[in-house]
Design a protein around this ligand. Structure first.
Ligand code: JD8
Length: 252
């Protein structure tokens, strides 16, 4: 997978040199290039913004500068991702979809955002243009959102995580539940013991305990996920009993 990122703060993407994504870059599994938008400015002040047409506070990023940059960085068939608080909400499904793409270009905005014609122009030029938000809160720019999305996408690239099985069980994974709590040694810490059943070696009981924990936690914090799971995969009688034992009504 090839990923390009365009930003006026390219150093903001330095964390992509670290950890799993950093290793994936070294092993060639993922090819990430970060570009400075100012390299496509045409004036000696390297201007990328101007006042909003129609008035209003702040500044808007210029379409002509973004156009020169994206014309060069976007290759045929590439997907252009524009992080924006007014975009579709990014989630695990979106990450799985983007992890199947060959080339992705992230356009990181700043100020009040990027001139709206940029997305319209490249959509019109038959590029996949995805305007995505990572959550209902306001950031100062697209870089943090881009870091989050690249990590969520890159770790799904085959060969990235040691045991692909682990991708299934995790929150928002195929199980559709939040994760069960995890523990390790010391088995007693500050008077707190790890749940006895996890020391039993009885794998079926442990698996059942973990699903019950995941069901209870999800019903408490994300009842929308329980309803979706009941609709998509259905809940077993044992699941329903676990939910009612935990005080949660039958979701169907
Ligand atoms: C891109 C400029 C700042 C946003 C005026 C503050 C994503 N979930 C998210 N929250 N915020 C962003 C985001 C914010 C951005 C840009 C993404 C480019 N800003 C603007 C509008 C209000 N300032 C985001 N993904």
């Amino acid at each position: 997978m090839r990923i390009d990122v365009v930003s006026i703060f390219p150093e903001y993407l330095a964390p992509l040199d670290l950890s799993l994504v950093g290793k994936a870059r070294q092993s060639g599994l993922v090819d990430i290039t970060v570009h400075d938008l100012r390299d496509w400015t045409s004036d000696r002040h390297r201007t990328v913004d101007d006042t909003p047409v129609g008035g209003g506070a702040g500044m808007v990023m210029r379409a002509d500068v973004w156009g020169r940059a994206l014309d060069e960085v976007l290759q045929p068939g590439a997907t252009l991702v524009i992080p924006t608080p007014s975009g579709r909400t990014f989630n695990q499904r979106e990450a799985e979809d983007l992890a199947r793409r060959e080339r992705i270009v992230f356009a990181c905005g700043r100020y009040e955002g990027i001139d709206g014609r940029v997305a319209r122009h490249y959509r019109g030029a038959d590029y996949h243009v995805e305007e995505l938000s990572i959550g209902d809160y306001v950031l100062n720019g697209g870089e943090v959102a881009t870091l989050a999305m690249i990590e969520a996408i890159a770790r799904l690239v085959p060969g990235m995580v040691g045991n692909p099985e682990s991708l299934v069980e995790e929150s928002h994974g195929a199980a559709g539940l939040l994760e069960y709590p995890v523990f390790t040694r010391p088995t007693t810490w500050r008077g707190l013991d790890v749940p006895e059943i996890l020391l039993s070696g009885h794998h079926a009981n442990i698996e059942r305990w973990r699903r019950d924990e995941a069901l209870e936690r999800t019903a408490q914090l994300r009842p929308d996920l329980i309803a979706a799971l009941a609709k998509s995969q259905g809940l077993s009688a044992r699941d329903l009993r676990a939910l009612s034992d935990a005080g949660f009504e039958n979701p169907s």
